[in-house]
Ligand binder design. Structure first.
Ligand code: DGY
Length: 322
């Protein structure tokens, strides 16, 4: 009989193949008072939920092995208190997430979804051209909310589009940000730091949300920020849905106070506010920022490496410092 391992999400197939060699996998739904004490490892992902109520049921939990960079569903304070290690997959998905932010900027501004529809619907061939003009991307102003690994990778790409760069990040000074970007770009970019998110929005054409979600920043992108971004402005969110006040977003889009939005994440996934589904000035994707073959392989390799470290008692590859 193999030891039990718990999952609270569907497993990536590469991870599943490794895990199945050594463990019998059970889901949270299969957890009972009898088997819970056997669980030492929980397999989750960037949006998986491991609240205190679940952790309380797992008295012998030692490792949370997260197939993702986000860990906002995990009760970190409780993990710290109980000395539970949390491993994530940082770094390997940075490029993909930043690429998707740029894909959203371009898709929205150049009306890719509407244009595609115009061709496949036969409207173009029939001479019923209804598509208006898009908006130029190169040379515009981008405001980045959260200039961590992913935010900087977005900045790097936007610099390639000759965009001016500005950011809001409570934990990063202007000097450090400029030095970090200079190291990435080889040149010192024009970079402005804003203490005030509303001011950043007012001075941006694109506001790209890259911050990690914490209980303190839920609803950070509120009606005031969105209104400051304005009728020519575009919100891009590739971070977490809860960072944006979705009701306010729908309202400002309906009232024409915001130009548009490119969203990969939503507050209550997989549910998307119904009003967004019929709007022409939004581009919506189903949380696919890290969903490429190459990146998912690298994420799987880190998750497996951390589980191997647990089994062999060697140092973890990517444990969070709690
Ligand atoms: C992450 O890794 O956190 C991504 O958002 C996927 O969940």
């Amino acid at each position: 009989m193999k030891p039990l391992i718990l999952r609270n999400v569907k497993l990536n197939p590469i991870v599943a193949e490794y895990v199945n060699q050594f463990y019998d996998v059970i889901s949270v739904e299969e957890l009972t008072a009898e088997n819970a004490h056997q669980i030492e490892v929980l397999l989750t992902n960037g949006t998986g939920q491991a609240p205190k109520e679940l952790l309380d049921r797992l008295p012998n939990l030692k490792l949370i092995d997260d197939f993702g960079v986000g860990f906002d569903g995990v009760d970190i304070a409780e993990c710290k208190r109980r000395n539970i290690t949390v491993c994530t997959t940082p770094g390997v998905l940075t490029d993909d997430v930043a690429d998707l932010a740029l894909a959203h900027i371009l898709a929205f501004s150049r009306q890719m979804c509407l244009a595609h529809h115009e061709v496949v619907s036969g409207a173009w061939a029939a001479g019923h051209k209804s598509l208006g003009l898009g908006r130029k991307v190169s040379g515009k102003r981008v405001g980045i909310v959260g200039l961590g690994r992913i935010g900087k990778a977005v900045a790097q790409r936007c610099h390639g589009f000759n965009m001016s760069l500005a950011f809001y990040d409570r934990y990063l000074s202007a000097d450090k940000a400029a030095a970090d970007l200079k190291a990435m770009l080889g040149v010192e970019p024009e970079l402005t730091r804003y203490d005030d998110l509303v001011e950043l929005a007012r001075n941006s054409d694109y506001l790209v949300v890259c911050a990690a979600a914490t209980p303190e920043n839920h609803g950070l992108i509120n009606e005031e920020v969105l209104t400051a971004l304005g009728p020519q402005g575009t919100l891009i969110n590739i971070a977490r849905g809860v960072l944006v006040d979705e009701a306010a977003l729908v309202k400002v889009l309906q009232e024409g106070k915001l130009g548009g939005a490119g969203l990969d994440v939503f507050a209550h996934e997989p549910n998307v506010p119904a009003a967004l589904l019929t709007m022409k000035n939004v581009v919506l994707t189903p949380h696919i920022a890290s969903a490429t073959v190459e990146t998912r392989e690298q994420m799987a390799s880190l998750v497996i490496g951390n589980l191997k470290a647990f089994r062999e008692g060697t140092p973890y590859l990517t444990a969070l410092t709690l």
